[in-house]
Design a protein around this ligand. Structure first.
Ligand SMILES: Cc1cc2nc3c(=O)[nH]c(=O)nc-3n(C[C@H](O)[C@H](O)[C@H](O)COP(=O)(O)OP(=O)(O)OC[C@H]3O[C@@H](n4cnc5c(N)ncnc54)[C@H](O)[C@@H]3O)c2cc1C
Length: 359
């Protein structure tokens, strides 16, 4: 589709781990020095951890043995509380109690440097997919209800806004819902909705600021190189991670901060000099991972599928992509069968399936 990758973050932005009062680990621009510091502080835990995600799929079932190996010594405990917890706070803003698959997904970027975003913005991917599928896209509409008719078609009821009094509806042969059902207000009628375990979501606030980190806030005279600050599991910091995004010609930097609550101006003033707050946004970002996870079904009723059903296994765009393909295959099987049966649905079915896909 002509999309290009670009590296994430600022080149040379080495990580440091802050425990709320001091830096307990700092990466060096020399790999050998970083490795030495890792081994000195965390023993062999880091090497064991690298092995897991590298061979994740074929060795997934050996995960628990791996955990046994890294989980006993005091160095391993430090490693879990500082390094692994720091990564989990970055990826999911949660502690080490998350499920094993989410934990592995969380750790993957640390052992594979090929972290990238699409040049021009990740939104180009769905835009190009929609263009490639030649689908009709209806934007600015809220789906309020999906109703299965007695002829087993689906009526999609939409409004242009929450307060809009008028509802429009259109008929479709199959429907894929691609949003966490807990965070929306779509009613499903005309069939018995299966039991849906309700998932809680982690609040993450992203704040973009311009400024410089104040060394004094971290109890040092000079900051470790790189200025990428992760935090330990027990750190009582108002933020979960601070990552530099860009260095400006005047020496100031743009930082992206993740936190669990909105950051007050006074808090940011304590952390940054020459502060300008550029933007902030609160998200219900990802499920609160609480093993054993209970999953809603992918299929609500034949012909109606929910893409987001396994987000509480691990939340990532790739997970959505795999789930989307599953849903598309299920819908395709359903449509083919209904079409071949040619009596499964009434004659209107052909007219509906003859229409283009709509998103
Ligand atoms: C701050 C943050 C950082 C993240 N970082 C990463 C990352 O680096 N890498 C990664 O892989 N994943 C990341 N994720 C997770 C990733 O964004 C999610 O896993 C993914 O977006 C889930 O996709 P989805 O399609 O299920 O839902 P969403 O992406 O939430 O899409 C749902 C869409 O449906 C729309 N919608 C909801 N209700 C209705 C309705 N009634 N009618 C019409 N439209 C409706 C919403 O407006 C939204 O556009 C991050 C998430 C957050 C919040």
């Amino acid at each position: 589709m002509g999309l290009q990758r670009e590296r994430l973050g600022v080149d040379g932005s080495q990580i440091s781990i802050f425990d709320g009062s001091r830096f307990v680990f700092s990466e060096s621009s020399w790999t050998i020095v970083t490795l030495y510091r890792m081994l000195r502080r965390y023993g062999l835990s880091y090497l064991y951890m690298r092995k897991g995600p590298q061979t994740m799929l074929p060795r997934f079932l050996q995960l628990y043995k791996l955990q046994d190996r890294i989980g006993t010594s005091s160095a391993a405990n430090l490693f879990a509380k500082e390094f692994v917890a720091g990564i989990n706070r970055i990826q999911y803003n949660q502690g080490n109690g998350i499920n094993a698959l989410a934990g592995m997904v969380s750790l993957l970027p640390t052992i594979d440097g090929r972290l990238f975003r699409i040049k021009g913005g990740n939104r180009l991917l769905p835009e190009r997919l929609i263009a490639a599928a030649n689908a009709s896209l209806h934007q600015g509409l809220r789906v309020t209800k999906v109703h299965r008719t007695t002829s087993r078609h689906f009526e999609l009821h939409t409004k242009s806004s929450r307060d809009d009094k008028t509802t429009k509806s259109r008929r479709y042969a199959a429907v894929l819902v691609a949003t966490p059902l807990e965070l929306t207000d779509i009613a499903f009628t005309g069939f018995e909705v299966p039991h849906m375990p309700v998932r809680q979501y982690q609040t993450t606030v992203t704040t973009l600021v311009k400024g410089r980190l104040k060394p004094a806030y971290f109890g040092v005279e000079a900051l470790p190189k790189g200025e990428y600050v992760m935090v330990t599991e027990d750190a009582k910091t108002p933020f979960s991670v601070i990552g530099p995004q860009k260095i400006l010609p005047n020496g100031l930097r743009i930082y992206k901060i993740f936190s669990r609550q909105p950051l007050e101006g006074a808090t940011l003033d304590a952390i940054f000099a020459n502060l300008t707050i550029l933007a902030d946004r609160e998200w219900k970002a990802y499920p609160l991972f609480r093993p054993p996870e209970r999953f809603p079904p992918f299929r609500l009723t034949p012909g109606l599928y929910v893409n987001n059903a396994w987000e509480n296994a691990a939340s990532a765009m790739e997970m959505s992509a795999v789930a989307a393909k599953n849903c598309a295959l299920l819908a395709s099987q359903y449509l083919q069968k209904a079409f071949l049966d040619d009596g499964g649905l009434n004659s209107g079915f052909k007219a509906v399936t003859g229409a283009k896909s709509e998103l």
